[in-house]
Design a protein around this ligand. Structure first.
Ligand SMILES: C[S@@+](CC[C@H](N)C(=O)[O-])C[C@H]1O[C@@H](n2cnc3c(N)ncnc32)[C@H](O)[C@@H]1O
Length: 266
């Protein structure tokens, strides 16, 4: 790892390092298919020079890096990248501690920039997009991917944010509801179809209340204890209204989406 991160109001994931993989990891039997989806959507080849912004613990990088020419990752969280290093098993990944809004690379460096679950954490996400555009080669693409939760899961999870009011309901950066549209709204052109991979997660809905209290999700990190308790009460009510057996394990279907985009004006 090189260079200290510049100051940033983006959400660094230092505090998530010990539970990120456990709570955000793909089901082991689905991970390879998700890696292939990214390779296909991004048109990645063994010659591709690839950058991932917000590389985290390598959930994506470790799947994709073995199939490309060069894989570089940046993150503002050193602990997340240290965890990636600890998991590496021969995959060649170059890491730098850096902010996506100020990338330490020359113009026209990469064929593909990968961004997975990061734009909602960056207040100045437009500056990050400008940096992606600057560092992409003339025929380069941004590969954007994210997991869309099961509609029932999303309905109940939203309840606590709505209960706490519009300021909390917002994300720091791009709101998750705009993840499918914000790039086109910003002038980026889809390049190829949106690809989707569904997978199933088994979970008792009532355990969502425990997840909120444990502050597993980044939207909870800026809340007071009092706000957490107000949110937890709203979430419990929503879970009990949505599910007839909230303590029983329910199968939720998540959908991993991936799509490539070309920058504006190219
Ligand atoms: C939700 S995690 C996603 C990690 C990985 N892309 C994945 O899908 O598993 C988001 C990561 O982005 C990092 N991050 C947040 N803001 C950033 C920024 N402005 N520049 C670089 N990394 C950032 C966080 O520290 C965290 O490790």
């Amino acid at each position: 790892m090189s260079e200290p991160a510049p100051s940033s109001q983006s959400v660094a994931f230092d505090r998530a390092v010990d539970f990120y993989d456990q709570t955000r990891g793909f089901p082991p039997d689905q991970a390879a298919a998700i890696g292939r989806l990214i390779v296909e959507a991004g048109g990645l080849t063994s010659a591709s020079r690839t950058l991932e912004i917000g590389i985290g613990t390598g959930r994506i990088a470790l799947l994709v890096a073995p199939g490309v020419g060069v894989y570089v990752g940046v993150d503002i969280s050193a602990p997340m990248m240290s965890r990636l290093r600890a998991k590496q098993n021969g995959e060649r990944i170059h890491l730098a501690r850096a902010d996506a809004t100020r990338l330490p690379f020359p113009a026209f460096t990469f064929d593909v920039v990968i961004a997975v679950h990061v734009f909602h954490l960056i207040p100045n996400w437009r500056a990050a997009l400008d940096e992606v555009r600057r560092t992409l080669r003339p025929d380069g693409r941004l590969l954007h991917a994210w997991t869309k939760a099961d509609p029932a899961y999303q309905r109940v999870w939203d309840s606590w944010r709505v209960a706490l009011g519009p300021e909390i309901e917002q994300d720091v950066g791009v709101h998750w509801r705009h993840y499918a549209t914000f790039l086109e709204d910003s002038g980026w052109q889809p390049d190829g179809p949106a690809l989707t991979h569904p997978y199933t997660v088994a979970k008792a809905p009532l355990t969502l209340v425990d997840d909120l209290r444990a502050r597993l999700w980044s939207q909870t990190w800026r809340l007071t204890d009092e706000q957490i308790e107000i949110g937890a009460a709203a979430l419990r009510r929503a879970v009990e209204a949505e599910f007839s057996q909230p303590q029983a394990v329910h199968l939720f279907t998540s959908r991993f989406h991936a799509r490539a985009y070309r920058p504006p004006d190219r």
